[in-house]
Ligand binder design. Structure first.
Ligand code: HEC
Ligand code: HEC
Length: 438
């Protein structure tokens, strides 16, 4: 219950007690912790995506749901998006690093709350949710598919092509097209490359338009992967309105963890707001990986990501984006990804080795952790931040200033873990699982 005013509150003994209880609970918290915690709940709906005209279209989302679980969009017919982003594993795969057609040395991130992101992939090399999807479909190590065989696949499946054409209009005429082709890096020996170069400019655009439309549908589906209420949200509602059962959502351990998170442990400096991330990139000084010859691998992270997103013909400034071009005179959007923000990307030296700050809602269920899956559980993550004992000895010149050892004792480590566990909400419901599957 909300108390309109103190006088009114006094008329309702219950409300008065609630207001008093809330005030007492708030007063018990340091100001910095209270502000950080109140800012982190509740979770608002995802921001609009002006680059995707189908983002809110339920038919596109339904098509996207089918595509997400469809293994025919891989070169061996065995891998779908859900092979690595499994609803039973909170949209992850539980593995240290991912394996598709081949293995690659990156950990699969969960897709919970992915629609709130400004940048996609650990290095942010895509700036829209739809442009992201094109990459796993066509990456030779991931699903190994290609935009030309996708058009052929649609044409051969009358049910799927009817759903596609209802939304996006007629599929292109593929007579004279190669059986498969996709753009590949300049000078590559991949046979897909020469097949792609042999296509006319118009057919290249037509094939790209189809994979982009499919990707916009998958993005519309992924916008529904939003976490629901957690113990933390109930506790924060308690802090606002004072209902005893809401305040009871947190015990002493979670409360202590919350105070550390938004206070002395400094986690909120990067993990803040309702998603528990600043949506930006940092270097948390993970131990370096080693290659087959035993040499240390210095990853470039965000540095490479910035280069790639600026060059990507599918970025939000490109011809396949639905956001109005700056020259059109239409008002640019203020929220989310919109044309124009790429101009402000600065490839400064400190972006070397930086990776995207993951959101922490439901993180407790998505072990192992970090972009290389180096920590097996939350306790290991927290112990890393505590002493930075496993961090590479030399910091590069532009190293992260925010990151310092925070020296936590064992009790504080387990309190932080208890707090992170209190950010969990139920697993994906039926409406997000494979259509027709039980
Ligand atoms: C072989 C396993 C695999 C498959 C198949 C796969 N993914 Fe991923 N996904 C990953 C990995 C690994 C990353 C992180 C890669 C990176 O950042 O370099 C990722 C990243 C993502 C991201 C970015 C998340 C973020 O927070 O930035 C999204 C969204 C995503 N995948 C959606 C999809 C969709 C949609 C499909 C199907 C079209 C798909 N994935 C297929 C493993 C996979
Ligand atoms: C300097 C910014 C920064 C600070 C401070 C920080 N984090 Fe992180 N956190 C990150 C980034 C960036 C990553 C991803 C690192 C990577 O994969 O290379 C991350 C990863 C994580 C992960 C793994 C999530 C996943 O899905 O893999 C957890 C859990 C986490 N942090 C919790 C915390 C806690 C708890 C604290 C406070 C003790 C904290 N972080 C402090 C930026 C930060």
């Amino acid at each position: 219950m909300r108390c309109a005013s103190l006088a009114l509150a006094l008329l309702f003994a219950g409300c008065g007690r609630d207001a008093e209880r809330a005030a007492l609970a708030r007063e018990a918290l340091p100001q910095e912790v209270l502000v950080g915690a109140l800012r982190a709940s509740p979770l608002p709906p995802p921001p609009a995506d002006p680059t995707n005209a189908y983002a809110e279209d339920p038919r596109a989302a339904a098509l996207g749901r089918s595509l997400f679980y469809d293994a025919r969009f891989s070169s061996n017919g065995e891998i779908s998006c859900a092979s690595c982003h499994d609803p039973d594993l909170d949209w992850g795969d539980g593995a240290v690093t991912a394996t598709g057609i081949a293995s690659f040395g990156v950990h699969t991130p969960s897709l919970w709350n992915v629609a709130y992101n400004r940048w996609f992939f650990w290095d942010g090399r895509a700036d829209t949710l739809w442009a992201q999807a094109v990459q796993p479909w066509e990456h030779p190590d991931e699903m190994g598919g290609d935009r030309v065989s996708f058009v052929r696949l649609l044409l051969d499946d009358s049910e799927l092509s009817a759903r596609y054409e209802e939304l996006f209009g007629a599929l292109p005429d593929v007579s004279g097209w190669p059986s498969s082709a996709r753009p590949v890096d300049e000078g590559s020996s991949d046979p897909m490359h020469s097949a792609w170069l042999g296509m006319s400019a118009q057919s290249k655009v037509e094939a790209t338009r189809v994979i982009v439309n499919l990707a916009k549908s998958v993005a519309a589906f992924q916008r529904q992967m939003v976490t629901s209420e957690t113990a933390f949200d109930r506790y924060i509602r308690g802090l606002r309105h004072g209902a005893a059962e809401d305040l009871a959502a947190f015990g002493e351990e979670e409360l202590k963890g919350m105070e550390l998170f938004f206070g002395d442990a400094r986690c909120h400096l990067c993990h803040h707001g309702p998603l528990f991330t600043d949506l930006e990139f940092h270097d948390v000084r993970l131990p370096y990986g080693v290659n087959e010859s035993g040499e240390e691998v210095r990853e470039m992270g965000r540095w490479d990501g910035i280069g790639a997103v600026l060059e990507d013909p599918l970025n939000s400034d490109g011809d396949f984006s639905d956001a109005p071009a700056l020259l059109s005179g239409e008002a640019p959007s203020v929220s989310g990804s919109a044309r124009g923000h790429l101009e402000f990307l600065l490839r400064s030296p400190h972006t070397k080795g930086e990776f995207k700050t993951p959101g922490l809602r439901n993180a407790a269920r998505t072990a192992p952790f970090t972009h290389r899956g180096v920590y097996a559980n939350l306790e290991e993550v927290v112990r890393h931040y505590s002493e930075l004992a496993d961090a590479p000895a030399k910091r590069h010149a532009d190293a992260e200033e925010i990151l310092v050892p925070v020296h936590l004792d064992d009790g504080e480590v387990s309190a932080l873990v208890a707090f992170l566990e209190a950010l969990s909400s139920p697993r994906p419901g039926e409406e997000l699982r494979a259509p027709g599957a039980r």
